[in-house]
Design a protein around this ligand. Structure first.
Ligand SMILES: [Zn+2]
Length: 75
């Protein structure tokens, strides 16, 4: 799943709409955290509720999602 749209963000906490690169299914993500670890390690393992495939299953590693804030920024 990739982030199609950030629907809400407060500091680094966010909600978003995710879209599957395999079947284009869209689903809501709640409780997201906007840092490198989340984008690089958590989102790639989120399975699509329609086809069951995650980014990892599909072999997609790019493009990486940029974070809104830099790691050293206090927000
Ligand atoms: Zn899918």
């Amino acid at each position: 799943m990739k982030i199609e749209e950030i629907t809400h963000q407060y500091r680094r906490d966010f909600s978003a709409t995710l879209k599957c690169e395999g079947c284009n299914f869209e689903q809501a993500l709640k409780g997201g955290y906007d840092d490198r670890n989340y984008h690089d390690n958590v989102i790639p393992t989120i399975p699509c509720k329609s086809c069951g495939k995650s980014r990892k299953d599909l072999g997609i590693t790019h493009p990486p999602t940029p974070t809104k804030y830099q790691p050293w920024e206090v927000v």
